[in-house]
Write a protein that binds this ligand. Sequence first.
Ligand SMILES: [Zn+2]
Length: 188
Amino acid sequence: MPSSSEQDRTRAREIEQALFGEARAAILHETVAIVMLDAERRVFVFRRAKPPPGWTIPAGHWEHGETAREAAARELREETGLEVEPNRLSGPVVATPPVEAPVPCRRSSLTNHRYHVFLLEVAAHEWEQLSLGPEADLETAPVRLSPGDIAGARGDALPLTPGTRFVLSHPDIVAALRATDGTKPTIS
Ligand SMILES: [Zn+2]
C-alpha cells in the first residue's frame, strides 16, 4: 500500500497535469538545434554554464524574421564562434517532445519546444576555430560523443540536457549518425 506522502505526490501530479497539461501542449517555442559532426560522426557537446544544467549541442530559440536555417547559423555563431553558410546545414528534422514529457526553458516553465534540427559536418580545420560563447562553461573542455557514447556509460557521466537528449534520440538523427553504407550523414 503506497504511503500517504506518495499518494500526495501522485495527486499533486494529477492536479498539475489537469491544470497545465493542455497549456503546455499549446505553448510551443520554435527552436533550432545543430548536430555538429566530425569525420568519425561523433557529436560535439559542451557543458552549459547556465540552467538547465548539463551537456548540450548548440541550440536556441528561432526568432522572428529568420528562416530556421538562418536561426541555426546564428546560434552556431553565437555558441561556438563558427561561421557557416546557412545552406551548408542539412535538414531540418522537425520534432516535438511528447506532452507528457515537455522540455521547458528559462523563458517559461510551462512550455514545450518544437525542434528544427540541422546536421553540420565540421571540417578538420574548423574545429581549431571554435570559440565558445557565454552559454558554455569555459572551465570544462567540450567533447565529441559517438552514438555508443551517447547511449552508454560515457553518456551517463556527461548528462545531457533534456532537449539534447530528446534530439539525439530521435530516430532520424540516430539513423544519420549510424549510417555505415559510406554515404554522407544527412537528413532531409
Ligand atoms: Zn523556450
